[in-house]
Design a protein around this ligand. Structure first.
Ligand SMILES: [Zn+2]
Length: 127
């Protein structure tokens, strides 16, 4: 790929406005030939972002999901605007926590018909 083509590819992206909240977002090509809208000017440490939502920039300007786990301590990443968008529901960032909550909800349901509490323990007469 020549330099000119690289430049052209970069120009394909660029800043646009979120159709939901109207704030600016960066439209960036992914390694998988798709597009992703990233939060502009924001590069948090990768370990502070849930796995699967850490986008890293490649030398040709495209981005891909950072696959190193646990992440390198100094690795920075980008995040999708939809995670920060005030007008869109937050996706399921921690699936294992969501399933744990579901499991706990079922546990609460099973306890809806509780057994009577055990009688208070009687202390033996002192003295
Ligand atoms: Zn938005």
């Amino acid at each position: 790929m020549g330099l000119w083509e690289k430049k052209l590819r970069r120009l394909d992206g660029g800043r646009s406005r979120c159709p939901y909240c109207g704030l600016p977002q960066d439209r960036v090509a992914t390694l998988e030939q798709e597009w992703v809208s990233l939060e502009p000017d924001m590069r948090p440490p990768a370990h502070q972002v849930p796995a699967g939502h850490r986008w890293i920039e490649l030398s040709d300007g495209r981005v891909t999901v950072y696959g190193v786990c646990p992440p390198d301590q100094f690795q920075r990443c980008r995040i999708e605007h939809r995670l920060a968008c005030p007008a869109q529901p937050l996706p399921d960032l921690w699936p294992w926590l969501t399933s744990l909550r579901g499991e706990n909800a079922r546990q609460v349901e099973r306890q809806s018909d509780p057994e009577p509490p055990p009688p208070p323990e009687k202390w033996p007469d002192a003295g």
